[in-house]
Design a protein around this ligand. Sequence first.
Ligand SMILES: Nc1ncnc2c1ncn2[C@@H]1O[C@H](COP(=O)(O)OP(=O)(O)OP(=O)(O)O)[C@@H](O)[C@H]1O
Ligand SMILES: [Mg+2]
Length: 260
Amino acid sequence: MFVKELRIMSERVLWTENLCKYFGGLAAVNNVSISVREKSITMLIGPNGAGKTTFVNLCTGVLKPDSGKIYFLGKDITGWPSHRIYREGFVRTFQIPSPFLKLTVLENVLASLKSDAENPLKAPLRKIWIKDEEENIEKAFKILSRVGLEDLWYYEAFRLGGAQLKMLEVARALATGAKLIALDEPIGGVDPAYAGDILGYIRNIKNTMNVSFLLIEHRVDIALPYADYVYVMDRGKVIFEGTPPEVEKNPKVIEVYLGG
Ligand SMILES: Nc1ncnc2c1ncn2[C@@H]1O[C@H](COP(=O)(O)OP(=O)(O)OP(=O)(O)O)[C@@H](O)[C@H]1O
Ligand SMILES: [Mg+2]
């Protein structure tokens, strides 16, 4: 029993215990306890105002919870500032700081990879850092191929479409060595054909790298098949959790979200 419990604990990258956040009298996040397992796509769905974005903001340090706990890779990160959580390997896209749009796609990824050229001890040793730079370029191309952007490596980021920009953010998160990437509506506003590609890239990254995803999605019809596990929120609470087929046929979920 004890061994089994340990095993279950070690498989979770993120978990929360009774997380709460109030805005005035409104319980935006009300006693939410969820887990994100290693190498999983965990999806958070629910109608407008359910508390999904607030929940992710709490987990990534953008907002401070009023009560409850957040654990990442076994550490209690409750109340940590967002930059510290980011450095720990939990990255929320749209948060990554850098001069972003004027740089090319490749430069954006390179900027997120750790380079020793900035190490003052190594800087005089040109041969060493040129080799490091070459290796980084190779790494960056590998990452870009994971998100389908390798052919656009020389584009300035401002020339990318919305969905491509989102994939570039995923690429940059991967370049930082993220273990968990939170995406708030990655296929929002994307046409269904490309939406499938995006989710396919995310699934492929999840299957082949040691990375998990916490995905907020509105377009359940398209996104659900890509999820390993789903939490359904409504008015601040988790009203159901399960696998995609369980979610699809749960009457409560159909009532509040899928619209019957
Ligand atoms: N900064 C804030 N101040 C006051 N109320 C807020 C704030 N942020 C969110 N809320 C309220 O908290 C509730 C949850 O909002 P949240 O944005 O987390 O929902 P959501 O599930 O992400 O919705 P959507 O699907 O529309 O993005 C809503 O009632 C919202 O109006
Ligand atoms: Mg939201």
